[in-house]
Write a protein that binds this ligand. Sequence first.
Ligand code: NIG
Ligand code: FE
Length: 409
Amino acid sequence: MPVLTHIEQLATCPPENPQSDAGLISDAAIAWTGDTIRWVGRRNQLPAEFNDETQIDGKGRLVIPGLIDCHTHLCFGGWRGDEFDLRISGASYQEIAAAGGGIASTVSATRAAEAESLLDKAGDALDRMLSLGVTSVECKSGYGLDEVNELKQLSVYQQLDSIHVIDLFPTFLGAHIVPPEYSSDRDRYIRLICEKLIPVIANQGLARFCDVFVEQGAYTVDEGRQILMAASEHGLQLKVHADQLSDGGGALLAAEVGAVSAEHLEYISAEGIEALSKSGTVAVSLPLASLYLAEPYLPARKLLDAGIAVAVATDFNPGSAPSYHLPLALTLACLNQRMTPQEALNGATTVAARAVSAQHRIGSLTPGFRADLAIINAPSLNQWLYHFVPNACTGVIKNGEWVVNMHDA
Ligand code: NIG
Ligand code: FE
């Protein structure tokens, strides 16, 4: 039963706390058996039964729950560095999409890629995420947009979940955009999603969630509702890419269908905020997408004040957010969304766990939870999120075992 001791600050992130309280304990210790946490508290209160157990010196560092990136588009072919240049020169994300770039160009690259190369590329990203302290990742399809290629992406996730130590939470995003070959008959594609893809994916257990992108140039509220209802009938839980580039009623739809999360919300309306506060839907903020697209940031203070839980994730994808750096997203959430460090950390741990319906097992360092934790070379949460460095994580313990160990380096 290992005991990690001499921890300068331990963030326990209990699910029952208000988001403003990350359950910080100074001069702490934590003990676990197998993959489950047994005891957490102040070092001088460590029960005698742990005294003879293997002790690991925390070296006066910060210890946090393994981070949960609850919104990514992890598997994709190619990149879109050419668009970066175009956007800097003044073209908008929507203009690039209308000219055949954007999501459609990643769909072409993903369709052309072999499953094996997609697996290698997504696996490499997971390795790097793990080194930053991330231990669970939600991952969306949505760059296949036909039966063969949506199943190819989801099968990559299924394989990666079995071989990589990071836990994956796959989401079917067949309703990302309407694929070009269906542009003159979008109803036929929606029927394919509802009548073929959702049943197959649900039956094969290839996704836990279904997401739709409700936006001009993507799907209408009515189309989104139709797809989400079909998904719900097949036992999938619901998510919505909502109000990202305009107030398109996505948050209202998420609340109406009882979605587990509404994601983006840069343009959420006052009615949308009220609806989410009543439905208990988690808001997922994606500050890296706002940074890269030069769009507004989710108005986190308004949502938190309305009692809505706000998760923070990367949105890692080749277009709007080509970065998997979740700690950077947390610093951006503090700076641009005025989330406190404790609110931001809870947003990438216990609140993120809620966004993937796993808040009773992960995202918190309390007895009974899974022993997924990250050691950060900073004396406090404030210092970590304020003094940005490329990677402050020196150790990751996943399911009770060391999986990254630079702790003594
Ligand atoms: O969440 N908004 C829709 N989808 C992604 C962007 C995907 C892309 O640009 O390839 C997002 O920002
Ligand atoms: Fe996204």
